[in-house]
Design a protein around this ligand. Structure first.
Ligand code: HEC
Length: 162
């Protein structure tokens, strides 16, 4: 004799459904809070994008110049670490840094008339003129050139980088 299988209780279609629970106030506030948060984030992102797109080349110039100087200095440090200090490895970066030295005054129009600032730009260009006139012949030479360049970066930043 087989035991009868348990039967699923049949749903009586005539039986009224239990009434739905009224939505809680806390749930509604949470929903509104999250909605407001999302709308707020979208609005802030749109605002920031529109402010960014209004920037002119003059606004980007100082950061662009500094980022490029930073990129060339970083590549020189990479060469030093990789022990690749031949003239062909280092000269292109020193030349780029020297050219960027000419961008310092036009990139910072508010500072160009400040004599301390022009002292720093002059010193930076002088360091690179010296390095190009007698390029480092080996890694020890590159190291000391990089020390000189780093000193110029730091001197100006100490005075003028907020
Ligand atoms: C003659 C002055 C001067 C010299 C030399 C100088 N800097 Fe700067 N640098 C500044 C100023 C001023 C700022 C701040 C710019 C700003 O926030 O508007 C700055 C900012 C920077 C920044 C941040 C850029 C950004 O996007 O906000 C980097 C990176 C930087 N410098 C790298 C260098 C390196 C590397 C050198 C040397 C190879 C160097 N700087 C030499 C004046 C100088």
């Amino acid at each position: 004799m087989s035991t009868p299988k348990p039967q699923a209780t049949p749903v009586d279609p005539n039986k009224p459904r239990p009434p739905r629970k009224a939505p809680s106030a806390a749930g509604r506030y949470l929903f509104l809070f999250l909605l407001g948060l999302v709308i707020g984030i979208v609005a802030v992102v749109m605002l920031l994008r529109s402010l960014e797109s209004r920037k002119t080349w003059q606004d980007h110039y100082p950061h662009a110049a500094m980022q490029l100087m930073s990129a060339h200095t970083a590549q020189l440090y990479q060469k030093l670490e990789a022990n690749r200090c031949a003239a062909t490895d280092v000269l292109p970066h020193l030349q780029a840094l020297r050219t960027l030295g000419n961008d310092l005054d036009p990139a910072f129009p508010d500072l160009r008339d400040n004599s301390r600032f022009s002292g720093h730009t002059g010193s930076f260009r002088g360091t690179l003129d010296k390095a190009l006139a007698s390029p480092p012949m080996n890694c020890a030479g590159l190291k000391s050139t990089l020390d000189d360049i780093g000193r110029d970066c730091k001197a100006c930043h100490t005075d003028f980088r907020g």
